[in-house]
Design a binder for this molecule. Sequence first.
Ligand code: S3P
Length: 191
Amino acid sequence: MSSTVILVGLMGSGKTTVGRRLGTILGRRFVDADHALEDQAGRTIGEIFESEGEAAFRDLETSVLTKLLGSSTPMVVASGGGVVLRSANRELLASEDITVVWLDASPEFLSSRVESTPRRPLLAGGRSPHEVLRQLRAERAPLYAAVADVIVSVEPYHRRGERPKVALAERIAELVRARERASSATGAERG
Ligand code: S3P
């Protein structure tokens, strides 16, 4: 059975680009949760952080996630890097119908790729991106690991060269399909 696939991981891990490609390969609609949140709020994430603070942003993040994961149409979702912070979100991600893929990478790799954008106020505080990402990875790696059904280390794909994000999306598609086949077989045995 097709499931919704959600990509989690820190800023700069490639969730949006890989997710869009994965959606094409699997034939499922791709949604970037941060874009959906900005559309719903009518403001950028930077503006929300500035005017209402991070907690208000996290409330919106939970409401968007609830809506996306509650849909009966299987899709591919790129989440924001902090989606695992709230236990309510982790409970949603733990659902058996959802496949959670963690794109993991080191702070060194991420900081060499990450850009400060209006969607990334956590990188705007004057600390080096490397320092911010080192701290976020230390805090969040156990949370990503707790929700992940599939863990993919992205750096080897980039070291191998040619079109790393395409190769990553193809590999993730294989892993997702294998998982979905296995869960259909278990369901059939149960039924
Ligand atoms: C955040 C990551 C961002 C965005 C917001 C907060 C985080 O998304 O949701 O700035 O807490 O790591 P990306 O991971 O897509 O950059």
